[in-house]
Design a protein around this ligand. Structure first.
Ligand code: ADP
Ligand code: MG
Length: 321
């Protein structure tokens, strides 16, 4: 059956953990990912693709600081926009080439996309998301004096020299500012890449004007917001593991397969899914079903087609189904 599928791609779709992040490495990973995406498109599905940007934004922040003697550093929201362009471009080109090879004339477009957050979000009180380079104590103190607006925390034990890092809030996504454009593009049959890196976080200032904020939105949570905006049939979270598991990392570990909303909610409340990795994926799947979605899937790239066929992956469905 033809469906609108919103796909949230994990970090490994672009850069594997052991890699440095050269352009060749990134292109190779993206090609592997796009081969699966093409398979989904060939079945007649409409795809909206979103992706993380952690390693790319981290590298770009380091480049900003390293080049500061020659060119001014750009702020985090601008760096976020740059990585949306960077990653979107690579996906757009690769996917377009593969579709042309298969004589599937679908247009592929990536958009620079802002996501509204609230400065009243509790995460602004005690930011927790580390970004950019690691610093020594001296460097951290110098940076803190130069940039009083930065929150810098010790994120590694005292025996590690470079143990300080800037931390920023990770607020809840409210909506995609460009949602009407995204919806129109999807409705007209385009393959859309949006909300990259969780979207560029923006807030309304006192004059009701949008402005960027130094924050990082979780890409799985932002993917769920995107899925509701386009009225997706399926929210598909692709990561490096084929199933969410209960008792993860213990001898009692077990795959979660087809599961109802209430059963999954219970597992989540019991604490089976770790904060910062599987936790937000499960939470986002639950939110998608709460909104009215018919199916939310967590699986690996290799298992994506089988999961869409109902043969693999963690598949969350409404209670009444
Ligand atoms: P991504 O880049 O795709 O967002 P993450 O590393 O954030 O990837 O999340 C996937 C990881 O979550 C898995 O590789 C696994 O190590 C971890 N994880 C934590 N809890 C669980 C769980 N209960 N079941 C499966 N994986 C889990
Ligand atoms: Mg993650």
């Amino acid at each position: 059956m033809r469906k609108v599928i919103v796909i949230a791609l994990g970090g490994n779709a672009i850069k594997q953990a052991h890699e440095q992040g050269t352009v060749e490495e990134q292109r190779a990973n993206i090609a592997t990912t796009c081969e699966q995406l093409v398979n989904m498109l060939i079945y007649g599905n409409r795809l909206v693709i979103t992706h993380g940007n952690g390693p790319q934004a981290g590298s770009l922040l380091i480049q900003q600081e390293a080049g500061v003697a020659e060119v001014p550093a750009q702020p985090m929201d601008v760096v976020g926009a740059m990585t949306q362009g960077q990653i979107g471009y690579m996906f757009q080109q690769t996917l377009q080439n593969m579709l042309w090879d298969k004589q599937v004339p679908l247009p592929v477009v990536s958009i620079v996309n802002q996501v509204l957050v609230s400065e009243d979000d509790p995460d602004y009180q005690d930011p927790s998301k580390p970004v950019g380079p690691f610093y020594t104590k001296e460097e951290a103190e110098k940076l803190g004096a130069e940039r009083p607006e930065y929150v810098i925390k010790e994120v590694k034990p005292e025996n590690v020299e470079r143990r300080f890092r800037r931390v920023v809030p990770s607020p809840e996504p409210i909506r995609n500012i460009e949602y009407l454009a995204i919806r129109k593009m999807v409705d007209s049959g385009m393959v859309v890449i949006a909300s990259g890196g969780g979207g560029i976080p923006v807030v309304y200032d006192e004059n009701k004007r949008l402005k960027g904020t130094a924050a990082v939105i979780d890409k799985d949570k932002a993917g769920e917001v995107l899925a509701t905006v386009v009225g997706a049939d399926v929210f598909l979270v692709l990561t490096d593991i084929a199933h969410a598991k209960i008792n993860f990392g213990t001898p009692e570990e077990k795959d979660v397969g087809l599961i109802t909303y209430s059963e999954m909610k219970k597992l989540s409340e019991e604490g089976h899914f770790k904060a910062g990795s599987m936790g937000p994926k499960v939470l986002s799947c639950l939110r998608f079903i709460e909104w009215g979605g018919q199916q939310a899937i967590i699986t690996s790239l290799d298992n994506a087609i089988a999961a869409l066929r109902g043969e693999s992956g963690t598949r969350v469905v409404p209670d009444t189904k």
